[in-house]
Design a protein. Structure first.
Length: 99
């Protein structure tokens, strides 16, 4: 018995094509992610210090993971600021005399 063929999307990283299993509804997101990764890999490759594709991919992944963690830290800090501001507003409203 053969397994049904899963839909794939073709992406390009450092001028090499890859067929990636991907549901049709996620295709745009995959392509966007692939373009982002390709730009990161091209940037590392253009510096000329690293030639091996695997090392370039690892370095790009580490850089992207770092960007993600920085963004998450910024988001958490923003959420904390909003939470503190909300607490201050509630305290100020509670301190107002009732009408």
């Amino acid at each position: 018995m053969t397994e049904p063929k899963r839909p794939t999307t073709e992406i390009t990283l450092l001028e090499r094509s890859y067929a990636i299993a991907c549901p049709p509804e996620e295709q745009d997101k995959l392509e966007r992610a692939a373009r982002y990764l390709d730009r990161a890999m091209q940037g590392i490759h253009s510096r000329g210090r690293v030639i091996d594709r695997e090392k370039i991919a690892i370095m790009a992944a580490l850089n992207i993971a770092h960007e993600l963690l920085e963004a998450l830290d910024d988001q958490r800090a923003g959420e904390q600021s909003l939470s503190e501001l909300n607490a201050r507003l509630e305290k100020a409203l509670d301190a107002m005399p009732a009408r």
